[in-house]
Ligand binder design. Structure first.
Ligand SMILES: Nc1nc2c(c(=O)[nH]1)N[C@H]1C(S)=C(S)[C@@H](COP(=O)(O)O)O[C@H]1N2
Ligand SMILES: [Mo]
Length: 413
């Protein structure tokens, strides 16, 4: 057995863990056995709720607010607590939110969506009309282009996984394929782009290539089975699978078919990426292949040497995750983690690997590879290629150090 194998010990140890050998058996065990009856069995429990809430013991599992821009309300972002979640679907109440000028209060009965510009038949849709079109459901992540931007900084942030990388969430989105509505409107020759505009005070506007609009773009009306949350675009948002979150315009009110990109403020002054050589990349659409270990991660403390379950998330805007490799020796050796089915394109993918910690100081890393062959880069390589001028599209490998005390911290290694 080589060193890497010995540290991970593969599935045999997972089975061992499941067999209960990790659970300490003491005389206390007797206290949980009949005839002792817990209080919860002695009187009837609480009644029903109109709308369910998490257990009160989980009240610390919340999003983390980055401050609103000075002098504004609701202009900023609030992040998903990735380290507190398992599986791949983000509960809607913990979905990250990025808004440029707060959440508008939109009455669905009054909202209209206009499709105009280079179309044979300009159309106006009520929300009720949209709800009558054939719908599809798809599980996809959405990630803000500015996610993980703290990794551009010279020193590692002393923040949790969610506070650092929590501008990504994953939901089942249900809505109308945009292609259907564009076919009804009849896109004219030369209508190769589309302006999408939101009904918020920021009038968020982006130019969308027609090819994407006709491919997998959705007009999302439902999120995880219920209507969109106000902060995620109620009553209707554009959803562009895999592309930088900014382009999935919330509170969508207008689609104008145009012959060329509009060069809106949101794609010139923002969402362009200034590189080390002084050139700026524009229209950087797909979010790059990425992963991070969510458990253990910064701020946690391991309770002594022994068996642990490494768990994390991987995703790629350019396809489906093919593999995730995990290193428990700072990147010298790597072992393939198990991907939890289903592994879906442009969706968060859960990876897991049993790990036996020997109690010594070490560094944990994960590296994702997608089915287009893209490999998540080490931070050093990423910075060497892109410099530190930009704040967007950072997909560098995340390293967590584990100290002999069990303390887990963000490090550059
Ligand atoms: N109308 C409008 N759409 C918007 C925004 C906005 O401020 N206004 N923010 C964009 C940004 S920058 C991102 S990352 C995503 C975030 O989507 P979410 O808030 O549902 O997570 O919405 C995008 N769509
Ligand atoms: Mo964003």
């Amino acid at each position: 057995m080589d060193g890497t194998r010995r540290r991970f010990l593969g599935r045999a140890l997972a089975a061992l863990a499941a067999s209960g050998l990790l659970t300490r058996r003491t005389n206390d065990a007797a206290a949980a056995e009949p005839p002792d009856v817990p209080a919860s069995m002695k009187s009837p429990g609480a009644g029903f709720n109109d709308y369910g809430m998490p257990a009160k013991y989980e009240s610390k599992v919340t999003r983390t607010l980055g401050r609103s821009q000075p002098g504004t309300t609701g202009s900023g972002a609030i992040r998903t607590p990735l380290e507190a979640l398992e599986g791949t679907i983000t509960p809607s109440g913990l979905h990250f939110e990025r808004s440029h000028s707060g959440v508008p209060d939109i009455d669905p009965a009054k909202h209209r969506l206009l499709i105009h510009g280079m179309v044979r038949r300009p159309l106006v849709f009520t929300v009720d009309a949209l709800l009558r079109y054939p719908m599809v459901s798809r599980v996809h992540f959405i990630e803000c282009a500015g996610n993980s931007q703290l990794l551009y900084q010279p020193t590692p942030p002393t923040l949790t996984a969610g506070q650092t990388h929590g501008l990504v969430s994953c939901s089942e989105w249900t809505g109308v394929p945009l292609r259907l509505l564009l076919e009804e409107a009849g896109v004219e020759r030369g209508g190769t782009w589309m302006l999408a505009e939101g009904a918020d005070a920021a009038a968020m506007s982006r130019s969308i290539p027609m090819a994407k609009a006709l491919d997998d773009a959705l007009l999302a009306l439902f999120q995880n089975g219920e209507r969109l949350r106000p902060e995620n675009g109620y009553p209707v948002r554009l959803f562009l699978p895999g592309w930088e979150g900014n382009m999935s315009v919330k509170w969508l009110r207008r689609l104008k078919v145009v012959p060329a990109p509009i060069m809106t403020k949101d794609e010139t002054s923002r969402y362009t990426d200034l590189q080390a050589d002084g050139k700026a990349l524009m229209f950087t659409y797909p979010m790059e292949v990425k992963s991070l270990i969510t458990h253990p991660s910064h701020g946690m403390t391991l309770a002594g040497a022994g068996l642990y379950q490494i768990s994390g998330l991987a995703w790629s805007g350019e396809g489906t995750i093919r593999s995730v490799e995990v290193s428990s020796d700072g990147g010298r050796s790597w072992l393939a983690a198990t991907l939890t089915e289903p592994v879906l394109p442009r969706a968060l993918t859960r990876f897991r690997l049993p790990w036996r910690w020997d109690g010594g100081a070490t560094v944990l890393k994960s590296r994702a590879i997608d089915d287009a062959g893209n490999v998540q880069p080490e931070r050093e390589k990423f910075i060497a290629e892109h410099g530190t001028n930009a704040i967007f599209h950072c997909n560098a490998i995340q390293a967590w150090s584990v100290a002999a005390t069990g303390e887990v911290k963000h490090v550059y290694a």
